[in-house]
Every structure is written in C-alpha cells, then in structure tokens.
Design a protein around this ligand. Structure first.
Ligand code: FE
Length: 331
C-alpha cells in the first residue's frame, strides 16, 4: 500500500487552504477556543487550523504575509490589540447585518473591522476580611489617600491596564486621569505584579486590601479555593458614573483571506446562541449576545452595568495612556 502521509503533509505546508478548511490566527489560548472550534467543525464539516501567538506577533505576521497569507480570521484579546490590527491594515471591514444586530455598538469597530466575541469585566476585588463593600465605590476612588499602602495593581505594560486608563482619559481628559493614576501609584502596597492572579493572591495573603483584575482570573481562583477571602466589587455603578470597564475578545476578517464568505459565516457562528453559551461557560467571561446569561458561578457575583462608551477608544488612546502612566510613575 502506498503511504499517503508524506503527501498530505507536503500539501498542508505548501498548498492554499482547502475550501473545507478555515485558518484562524489567535491570541486566545488554545484550550479556551478549541471546544468551540470543534463544535463548529461538527456542525459544518469545516476544519479549523489554529495558529496561536501573541497579538503583536500575529499582526506583524499577517502584515508580512500580505496576499500570500493562508489566514482567514484573526482572534485577539483586548480592543487595544484589535484596534492595532485595524490600524496596521491587516483586517478588512466585514459587512454583516447579523453581526451588527447581535453585537452591541460599544463592542465592535464602527467600520466593521472586528466584532467582540466575549466580554471581560475589569473590576475591583476586595479582601472580605478587611474591606466591607460599602467602603468601595469607583476606580477613581482608589486614588484616595484612604487606600494608602492597601492597593495592588498589575503592571502598566499589560494592555488590559492600558485600555482601562485609555477609557479613563476618554471620559475625564488627561489632567484628571493623570491625578487618578498618580493617586493609585501613591497607594500601592507593593510594586505592580506580573499578572492578575498574583494580585488576587496578594489580597488573599494580606499583602494588600484591594486591587483591579479581570473577573475570570478571580473566578478560576475562587473555583479552586471556595474559601478565598476575596470578593468581586462592581465599580462605578451610581447614577452618572461610567459603569464597569468591560473589554473584549474579538474576531475580524483577515484582509487577504481567500474565503471571506466562509470567514464571515464563521464569525457569525461565534456569535450564535450555542457558541455564546459555550464562551460564557468556558472561562467566567460574559457572552456578547443579549439574552445569553452568565455561567451560574459568575451570576452569583450579582449583576452590573457596563460602560457603554465604544471600546475602540481604548485603542485610539492607547499610546496616550502608556505615556500618561509613565509620567505618573506607574510601572
Ligand atoms: Fe487574560
């Protein structure tokens, strides 16, 4: 019998993607995407080749590959990254009435270059032993001297914090935002941490009392340790305040995709009720599609109002935010 394997391998490496294969470049971690891709393949018969890397690497790769790319869809976390990909010209606007109807205006590029596929809330977390919820109110209030020596933050190099500060600039202007960020820095209990998990753990260990993290980091820790002495606080909920800072994971059509129709169908499917249900259950994130309720563990933290300012601003003001954080001494 002839051995087929080398032939198949050679084809996979050199030939353009077959019509029944979709190529997805993704910054989203594989275990958080694979079950959803498998469901798509089961339903449509279309295979998905997944290439995962950091967003900037993928964007530069797409720019370098240009018309030769095999990629059809780019998936990345954070609107800042999606904005960057749009600016770099590697995405094409997607015209989809389905997507425009399903994805709230705050969570998509106004020109259709990308659409949110999950929402991720960046919230205040508090020590349940040392901070009653009534003591907390807003992100801005964490600059108040009453939190001196009690605040833990993740590094300003993380795009999540760049986006949060960018949205503060969008709302308050540079001067007031710089005061807020200086206040945060003055209140730090420890140098900024490398990730959100360390922030939650530092609160649990008594190193600090409050912090700012994405809820799914908290959710994973609380799942593994039900007695975790840390709770979610939904900030900025009072009348006239911004609401919770909500960022996204999003998807866009690669400009030089050879199968834009299939790519569009795939992204529409990511926003379908079934896929959205899976996203909501897979890692304590929030569905984008209205009516898809959070996972029970997430729902137990209570409801909240999200900021409805267009999250694309987080990208537009990202460089400004980075410079501001630098001036304010936020490392
Ligand atoms: Fe994350």
């Amino acid at each position: 019998m002839r051995r087929m394997f080398p032939l198949v391998l050679a084809l996979a490496l050199s030939a353009p993607a077959a019509a029944d294969t979709l190529v997805v470049y993704s910054e989203r971690k594989e275990p958080l995407l694979t079950p959803i891709l498998e469901a798509w393949t089961a339903q449509t018969g279309v295979q998905v080749h997944l290439l995962t890397d950091q967003a900037q690497v993928l964007v530069e790769r797409l720019a370098a590959e240009g018309e030769r790319t095999r990629a059809d869809v780019l998936v990345t976390v954070d609107a800042g990254n999606l904005w960057l990909a749009t600016e770099r010209g590697v995405l094409a606007p997607l015209r989809s009435e389905t997507l425009d109807a399903v994805v709230p205006a705050a969570f998509r590029d106004p020109d259709g270059h990308w659409y949110a596929i999950t929402e991720r809330a960046r919230v205040i977390v508090r020590s349940t032993e040392r901070v009653p919820a009534a003591e907390l109110s807003t992100y801005e209030d964490l600059a108040d001297p009453k939190w001196q020596g009690r605040l833990c933050l993740r590094s300003s190099r993380k795009v999540y914090n760049q986006s949060l500060v960018a949205m503060l600039i969008d709302r308050h202007g540079e001067e007031r935002t710089e005061q807020i960020v200086r206040g945060w820095v003055g209140n730090l209990a420890a140098p900024p941490f490398a990730d959100d998990t360390l922030v939650v753990n530092a609160i649990a260990a008594g190193q600090c009392d409050v912090g700012i993290v994405n809820t799914y980091y908290y959710g994973r820790l609380a799942r593994d340790r039900p007695d975790l002495p840390v709770a979610v606080f939904w900030p900025n909920q009072a009348e006239g305040e911004s609401g919770v800072h909500v960022n996204v994971t999003g998807a866009g059509l690669v400009r030089h995709s050879r199968q834009p129709e299939l790519a569009r169908r795939f992204i529409e499917w990511l926003l379908s009720e079934a896929a959205q249900r899976q996203f909501a259950d897979i890692d304590y994130e929030f569905a984008v599609r209205p009516g898809v309720e959070p996972n029970a563990a997430v729902a137990a933290w209570g409801g909240f109002r999200a900021d409805d300012r267009n999250i694309a601003q987080a990208g537009r003001r990202q460089a400004q935010a980075v410079r501001l954080m630098d001036r304010a001494g936020y490392r």
